[in-house]
Design a protein around this ligand. Structure first.
Ligand SMILES: Cc1cc2nc3c(=O)[nH]c(=O)nc-3n(C[C@H](O)[C@H](O)[C@H](O)COP(=O)(O)O)c2cc1C
Length: 193
């Protein structure tokens, strides 16, 4: 049985963001549970705001195409979402809009997204840790045919929660985040056996 492939990423574009640190911790759990993990940040795929006129003119920008390939080559997603005004980031939605588009008339839309499995988590400097943004994020992902694990976690007070090495200071929180990554890996292993 081949290892499930999981892509963990933070949903924002900021350099050295809390959410990327969070996704890297969940990635450790997924790796320890037997997954192959690709650590690439969303900010490595700069792309314009989705616009059907751009699409009609040039198709997909190279970064959107590379990002779609990344979705296609992974069965699992670990999404650590920042919260912007009670929701997920515009960068994440924009990336999903580009990736959702088919590249030929016989390719159904959202085929790079539907059928994936995902686990979501959040962190923010605020007291709720980005929890409110996970509600619309879950709705978006499940409407796209992505199976979401019921468990999730939100880490509040991000400036104090993460140490200078990028790890979570509280070992219980760190274990819970790693466990989410491991659960996704286990689910994918079960599905492919
Ligand atoms: C426009 C804007 C809106 C924000 N709205 C929220 C919010 O609704 N809730 C929250 O907890 N934090 C909010 N924040 C703070 C972000 O969660 C914070 O900048 C966080 O560190 C971003 O995630 P990152 O570190 O992964 O980039 C907001 C920040 C900005 C710039």
């Amino acid at each position: 049985m081949s290892k499930p492939r999981i892509w963990p990423f933070g949903g924002g574009l900021r350099k050295a963001p809390f959410t990327q640190k969070l996704s890297a911790i969940a990635a450790e759990g997924a790796r320890e549970a037997g997954a192959e993990v690709t650590l690439i940040e969303l900010r490595d795929f700069p792309m314009p705001l989705f616009d059907e006129d751009i699409e009609a003119k040039i198709g997909k920008p190279d970064e959107a195409r590379r990002l779609k390939d990344l979705f296609l080559s992974h069965q699992g997603l670990i999404i650590a979402s920042p919260e912007y005004n009670s929701s997920y980031s515009a960068a994440l939605k924009n990336a999903i809009d580009w990736v959702s588009r088919s590249d030929s008339p016989d390719e159904p839309p959202i085929s790079a997204l539907a059928g994936k499995s995902a686990v979501v988590m959040a962190t923010s400097p605020g007291g709720l840790g980005g929890l409110r943004g996970l509600v619309p994020l879950r709705m978006l992902l499940s409407n796209l045919g992505i199976t979401l694990l019921p468990d999730q976690i939100a880490i509040p007070s991000a400036f104090n929660a993460f140490g200078p090495d990028g790890h979570l200071v509280d070992p219980k929180q760190a274990a819970a985040v790693k466990d989410l990554g491991a659960k996704l890996a286990e689910q994918l292993k079960k599905a492919s056996s």
